[in-house]
Design a protein around this ligand. Structure first.
Ligand SMILES: *Cc1c(COP(=O)(O)O)cnc(C)c1O
Length: 532
């Protein structure tokens, strides 16, 4: 059904485009002068054979000019390096459901292999072919059929070039380019954070609303105590508003003088919500051992959904909820620690939560998060980012400087080094770190009620099955980074100065600029629109 759906939308879209183009009475060979079609992720990769089908079968073109037009019209964005997410379809399924499309895919594959066999060695040609042992690789189809292939953050594009798509980079170096993702500052500031919008208007005028890089002018107020205290008040107002919402919807009381520490995103092992939870459990035990331990009050906020079939992600959700139940109802903790898991996370909730956040959790295993965009939304709303050097976090660091972001953990290079020398042994971290040992045991010894099976599965994923996402490896460094957050928050002027510098440097991440760069570098939109 998914394959039918993908083909349905691709075919309807391209037929509509061709019908519109034909009204101009221009030759089909000049299609690329007026039309750009973007393959956004692998899901519409059938654009390649479908456009060829229409040019060949319905417009009567020969193969070579049709292929020339197709490659000029199409471009492709890669959104992830996670191999599970790269689509491939069984040859049997495509040939049965879409026989003509399958014929064309075979012809593209055959001609590609034939051409490359004269230019490169056998191995690289075989590794980059579209059809490989009975499957059609949609990413390969999209790359071979497009004049542009882009990643969504500088780090991600470099990993595509050097690792994941290295063979294609050797063959088509000029097709590769980067387009760092962006966010719309209209939704994520103007509409969702009215108090902050007014403050900024009062300080630098309204021009930044249509030219978001002008937010940079806020930096003139970096040492202005009044402005910093205005920022503090606005954050408090937004935290109060969110606390009221939580009281009303969940019946849970959270204190607004606590640090609001937020991780909201889809649930996935690589995003490491588990790392966050293990640290929360370590704080819980610290306070259980010594109720007067020097821990600044925190509210940990989680939100997110798991894909319907993703059992492990659902187990993490259940574990966080069980831990929240335990911690929130433990009188000994008073209200130094609260864990909130918001139900049914989506954009509307994000618009309430992000303006209220003090800390933005961006803790994916380095190399796995292609870009991330909630990192940008939080920054724009004056949260301090706690992050690994992954995706667009790297570019956020470059903009705000090391002193205005809290970094920890392995780098992408460290991770690839571990892959090549196979030297990571998660059990050593369990064995040698007593705090980590205690936290992990809590998953299986009944400390957290009602999660016997889930606790065991998660424990085993870390200890028995090698901890694929280096959670235990990064635990200690993460806890230290969280300690730095705790200390920084105790100095309000320093903290709100960090917040101000984050807001002032978030303008470059407006999607207005991202769209502009796609339009000029990839779609060549200005010359295409002139004659319409
Ligand atoms: C921005 C956004 C995302 C993306 O979040 P990441 O942390 O970058 O993965 C996901 N869901 C919603 C509702 C969002 O608004």
């Amino acid at each position: 059904m998914r394959l039918k759906q993908e083909y349905f939308f691709v075919s309807a879209g391209i037929q509509s485009i061709i019908r519109t183009y034909k009204k101009l009475r221009l030759p089909m060979a000049s299609l690329a002068e007026k039309v750009a079609i973007h393959i956004n992720d692998t899901h519409p990769a059938l654009c390649v054979p479908e456009l060829m089908r229409i040019l060949l079968d319905e417009e009567g073109m020969d193969w070579d000019p049709a292929w020339d037009v197709t490659v000029k019209v199409l471009s492709y964005t890669n959104h992830t390096i996670m191999s599970e997410a790269l689509e491939s379809w069984p040859v049997d399924m495509i040939s049965t459901l879409l026989p003509r499309i399958f014929q064309i895919i075979c012809e593209i594959d055959h001609r590609y292999a034939e051409k490359m066999s004269h230019l490169y060695d056998q191995a690289i040609t075989e590794r980059t072919r579209i059809i490989e042992n009975g499957n059609v690789k949609m990413a390969h189809l999209a790359i071979i059929g497009s004049h542009s292939i882009n990643g969504v953050a500088k780090l991600h594009t470099n990993i595509l070039k050097e690792k994941v798509l290295h063979d294609f980079f050797l063959i088509f170096p000029s097709r590769f380019n980067n387009k760092t993702n962006g966010i719309t500052h209209r939704r994520w500031l103007l509409l969702s954070n009215e108090p902050l919008r007014s403050l900024i208007d009062s300080k630098i005028g309204k021009d930044w609303e249509t030219k978001p890089t002008d937010l940079k002018m806020l930096e003139a107020f970096r040492d202005d105590e009044r402005t910093l205290m205005n920022l503090a008040e606005i954050k408090w107002t937004n935290k109060q508003r969110f606390a009221d919402h939580i009281k009303k919807t969940m019946g849970l009381t959270i204190r607004t003088d606590a640090i609001f520490d937020v991780q909201i995103k889809r649930f996935h092992a690589y995003k490491r919500q588990l790392l966050n939870l293990l640290h929360i459990l370590s704080l819980y035990f610290k306070l259980k051992d010594d109720p007067h331990a020097d821990v600044y009050p925190r509210v940990f906020i989680f939100g997110g959904k798991a894909a319907p079939s993703y059992t492990y992600a659902k187990e993490i959700i259940k574990l966080i909820n069980a831990a929240a139940d335990l911690i929130n109802h433990d009188q000994a903790i008073e209200d130094k620690l609260k864990v909130v898991f918001v139900e049914n996370y989506g954009v509307s909730l994000a618009e309430r939560i992000i303006p209220a956040a003090d800390v933005s959790e961006q803790i994916s295993l380095a190399s796995k998060e292609a870009s991330g965009t909630s990192n940008m939304k939080f920054m724009l709303n004056g949260a301090v980012t706690l992050a690994t050097l992954d995706g667009a976090n790297v570019e956020i660091r470059d903009r705000v400087g090391e002193e205005n972001i809290v970094l920890f953990g392995l780098t992408d290079k460290d991770v690839y080094q571990y892959y090549s020398d196979r030297s990571y042994h998660s059990y050593d971290y369990y064995k040698n770190n007593p705090l980590l040992h205690r936290v992990l045991d809590a998953l299986i010894d009944g400390t957290i009620p009602g999660v016997q099976a889930e606790g065991r599965d998660i424990f085993d994923s870390l200890i028995k099955y090698g901890d694929e996402y280096f959670v235990l490896r990064d635990f200690e460094d993460y806890a230290l980074a969280q300690r730095r957050v705790d200390q920084l928050y105790r100095e309000p002027l320093k903290w709100h100065k960090m917040a101000l510098i984050n807001i002032a440097n978030a303008g470059v991440f407006s999607s207005d600029y991202t769209v502009l760069r796609y339009a000029s570098d990839i779609w060549d939109v200005y010359s295409k629109t002139r004659f319409f």
